[in-house]
Design a protein around this ligand. Structure first.
Ligand SMILES: [Zn+2]
Ligand SMILES: [Zn+2]
Length: 274
C-alpha cells in the first residue's frame, strides 16, 4: 500500500524540494492516494499534489490548489523571471518519462498559474512493482518532486542559509555575482533539475559517486557553467543548460581559478596531459 510508504515519500520529497511537507491519505478513490502539501501552509492554502495509482502499473500525480489559496497564488505570481524559468524547466523535465497535461492547454514552455483552478497532471505507465521502496521512490522522483519543487521555487522557499558578505566583499560587483552563482549552485531545486537532465555523473572525470560509494554516494555537486564575466552583462541564465554535475574533487578544482573558474574542457585537458 502507498499509505505505508509515507515516511519514505516525505523524506524523498523534502530532500528534492527543499521544503517541509505534510502528507495524508486520501481514501476517496478505488485505491488509496497520498496528498502532499507544504507544511507551513494550511492544506487549503497550499498547492497540493495527489499521487494516485490509476491502474495496473500506472500512477497519476495531480497538482491543484486548495480552496483558499488565493494569497498563495498571488505570492507565486510575483516570482522572478529566473524562478519562473526554473519552475518551468522542472515541470518540463517530467515530460521525458510521463504524460503531462497543463491546465487550459498551456505548454511546458510558457505556462503560468492564472488562477485557483490551475492544474498539472502527470501520468506514468509501466512502473514495475508499485509498492516496493524503489518504485515508490522512483515514482516520487519522476512525478511528484519536480512538480512540487516547481511550486516551492515559485513560492520562494529558500532553504539556503545566506551568509552575509563582509563589508569589503559587499563593495565589489564580482562578490555580488559570486553570491548569485553560489545560491544557484546550492539551490536543491537547481540540483534536482541538473541531475534529472544530466544524471549523477561527473561531467569532467566521469566519476559516478553512487557506483563507487553505493548509498553513501549522494555527493555529486552542481556547477554553474556561465563564467562570471567581469566586464559587460552575462547572457541570460538557463538552468537547463548552464548547470552541470561535478564530483566534489572536480568542483573544487574548477573553482581554484578565481573569479572565473576553469572550464570543464580546460580541466579535462589538465587531466589527460599527465
Ligand atoms: Zn570529477
Ligand atoms: Zn561551481
Amino acid at each position: 500500500m502507498l499509505a505505508e510508504k509515507q515516511a519514505l515519500i516525505r523524506q524523498e520529497v523534502e530532500e528534492g524540494t527543499g521544503a517541509a511537507i505534510c502528507l495524508e491519505e486520501d481514501r476517496s478513490g478505488v485505491q488509496t492516494a497520498i496528498r502532499l502539501w507544504f507544511a507551513d501552509l494550511e492544506r487549503s492554502h497550499s498547492p497540493i499534489v495527489t499521487l494516485r495509482p490509476t491502474g495496473l502499473r500506472r500512477f497519476e500525480a495531480k497538482l491543484a490548489f486548495g480552496n483558499f489559496a488565493a494569497d498563495t497564488i498571488r505570492q507565486m505570481q510575483q516570482a522572478s523571471a529566473e524562478e519562473l524559468q526554473l519552475a518551468r524547466a522542472l515541470v518540463a523535465s517530467v515530460a521525458s518519462s510521463a504524460n503531462l497535461k497543463i491546465a487550459n492547454g498551456q505548454t511546458t514552455d510558457d505556462w503560468i498559474i492564472d488562477n485557483g483552478s490551475f492544474t498539472i497532471i502527470a501520468e506514468k505507465r509501466g512502473i514495475e512493482s508499485r509498492f516496493d521502496d524503489d518504485s515508490v521512490a522512483e515514482t516520487c522522483r519522476e512525478l511528484v518532486i519536480p512538480v512540487l519543487a516547481a511550486m516551492a521555487e515559485l513560492y520562494g522557499y529558500d532553504p539556503i542559509e545566506e551568509s552575509a558578505p563582509s563589508d569589503q566583499e559587499a563593495l565589489t560587483e564580482g562578490a555580488v555575482k559570486l553570491t548569485v552563482v553560489r545560491r544557484r549552485e546550492r539551490n536543491p531545486r537547481n540540483r534536482l533539475l541538473c541531475l534529472r537532465i544530466h544524471g549523477a555523473v561527473c561531467k569532467i572525470c566521469s566519476l559516478i559517486p553512487g557506483k563507487l560509494y553505493g548509498d553513501a554516494g549522494a555527493i555529486i555537486e552542481v556547477h554553474h557553467l556561465q563564467p562570471l564575466s567581469l566586464s559587460g552583462d552575462p547572457r541570460p541564465y538557463d538552468p537547463a543548460t548552464d548547470l552541470i554535475p561535478l564530483c566534489p574533487n572536480c568542483h573544487r578544482a574548477v573553482h581554484t581559478r578565481r573569479p572565473v573558474p576553469w572550464t570543464p574542457a580546460e580541466l579535462r585537458s589538465k587531466l589527460s596531459s599527465d
